[in-house]
Design a binder for this molecule. Structure first.
Ligand SMILES: Cc1cc2nc3c(=O)[nH]c(=O)nc-3n(C[C@H](O)[C@H](O)[C@H](O)COP(=O)(O)OP(=O)(O)OC[C@H]3O[C@@H](n4cnc5c(N)ncnc54)[C@H](O)[C@@H]3O)c2cc1C
Length: 390
């Protein structure tokens, strides 16, 4: 367990430089970077860590580059993150395996907890099992309500960072912005299983797409098999649950079924594709999935979360010294140029995946011309420009 280094009662008696809501990859990295700038940082999460998270657990080249740039690559090596050598993509009984070079796998229990520990080492305070809600905006700060069981305290910060993830509605609940979900969006689903079939070998990402969704399978550093999927809600209903739908997709490919797949404790997510209208306003910045997310086929969510944290940190540091409305405008513009503009491939993939026959044709194309996968993989792995350039 990750032990918090502050009690909720102690959080109320001080004005924080920054309160970060959500200790996933976005909030965790932001806490590390801001604590390094000697700011008084409070990182709050409603859950206790390590906690499971529906995720494919694959870090692409872009995500790894940000960890290197911020001096955190050791978190991967120390925790025995696995190098991914290849991806086996299947649909309608056809599969094609192509090489990967820069991707790694690490369980979310391990990655998120390591980031929190690193943030605490750098001087940040971490409070778990605490729900945060926005309070009033004052002339020099923002109020944040912290709720832990029966306890509730009001805390204040010069800047608040909303890193509250896919279902996070910190700003929406205060009517600061609205959340727009795309039509027919799929939902995420995931589970980890012990003692998986040997077929799912370490270092290979298996991915199959069929009617009703797609599912990715990958071995984690501790030998468990991580299954992460995007499913049509109607298909879940039709098959009688997430487990049975995953089973149907794997059976279609004739891939071996992990034991008890149907009755395993699958977790779901809210609608996958959507965004909020405004990613920054006075003394408030939004990063990670809370800002916007697209179906996860290309496995880039954590790269976007890290980029967001890395690029917003210098703006937050300036805002703590002296708030200027220009800082919010700068984040809105950086978010568009460095994150929204990178989401095009992911949007195209999400569209293609609605049509299993198109996927099959694409796979046949890849089989005939294997070199075609290279530019796409290279594009997804390409690092964002260094944060220092802003
Ligand atoms: C099926 C699936 C597969 C995926 N596969 C991949 C992949 O292979 N590679 C990849 O890079 N990405 C993948 N992703 C995306 C990735 O999981 C997310 O992009 C990433 O977790 C975003 O990080 P975050 O920090 O923004 O949010 P999160 O990791 O969701 O963290 C948000 C945190 O905020 C906390 N929180 C929320 N509200 C509050 C509140 N009011 N008060 C306090 N705490 C709060 C939550 O408890 C949570 O811990 C996948 C996603 C799905 C659904």
């Amino acid at each position: 367990m990750i032990k918090p280094n502050i009690r909720i009662e102690e959080c109320a008696s001080q004005v924080w430089d920054v309160i970060i809501v959500g200790a996933g990859p976005a909030g965790g990295l932001a806490a590390v970077l801001l604590a390094r700038k000697k700011l008084r940082v409070l990182l709050v999460d409603r859950q206790a860590f390590p906690r499971p998270k529906v995720c494919g657990c694959c870090l692409n080249g872009n995500a790894i580059a940000t960890l290197k740039e911020t001096g955190l690559h050791h978190l991967l090596t120390e925790n025995q993150a696995i190098l991914l050598n290849e991806m086996c993509l299947g649909s309608k009984k056809i599969n094609h395996t192509f090489p990967l070079q820069r991707q790694m796998v690490i369980s979310r229990e391990c990655l998120d907890s390591s980031l929190i520990q690193e943030a605490m080492r750098e001087g940040a305070f971490f409070l778990d099992t605490t729900l945060a809600e926005l309070g009033q905006l004052t002339t020099s700060s923002r109020e944040v309500f912290l709720k832990q069981g029966e306890l509730q305290f009001l805390s204040t910060a010069k800047i608040v960072v909303a890193a509250d993830g896919l279902g996070g509605r910190l700003l929406v609940r205060k009517n600061i912005t609205t959340h727009l979900a795309s039509n027919n969006t799929r939902i995420g689903a995931g589970v980890t299983v012990f003692d998986p079939p040997d077929f799912y070998k370490t270092g290979t990402l298996f991915m199959t797409s069929g009617n009703g969704g797609y599912v990715g399978l990958v071995r984690l550093e501790d030998g468990r098999l991580d299954l992460a999927a995007a499913f049509d809600p109607l298909a879940i209903k039709k098959h009688g649950g997430m487990g049975p739908l995953a089973k149907a997709l794997l059976k279609e490919m004739e891939w071996p079924l992990p034991l008890d797949l149907e009755i395993a404790p699958w977790r779901g997510t809210p609608a996958l594709t959507g965004h909020i209208e405004q990613v920054a306003t006075e003394r408030l910045f939004v990063i990670g999935d809370a800002a916007g997310y697209i179906e996860p086929f290309t496995g880039e969510g954590m790269a976007w979360a890290f980029t967001g944290a890395n690029f917003v940190a210098p703006l937050i540091a300036k805002g703590v010294g002296c708030w200027e409305p220009e800082l919010a405008k700068q984040w809105i513009s950086k978010y568009k140029s460095h994150i929204i503009n990178r989401q095009g491939v992911c949007k195209a993939a999400a569209f293609l995946l609605r049509w299993p026959l198109l996927v099959k044709l694409a796979l046949m194309g890849l089989k005939a011309f294997p070199f075609l996968s290279k530019p796409v993989v290279a594009m997804l792995d390409k690092p964002n420009k260094a944060a220092t350039s802003i």
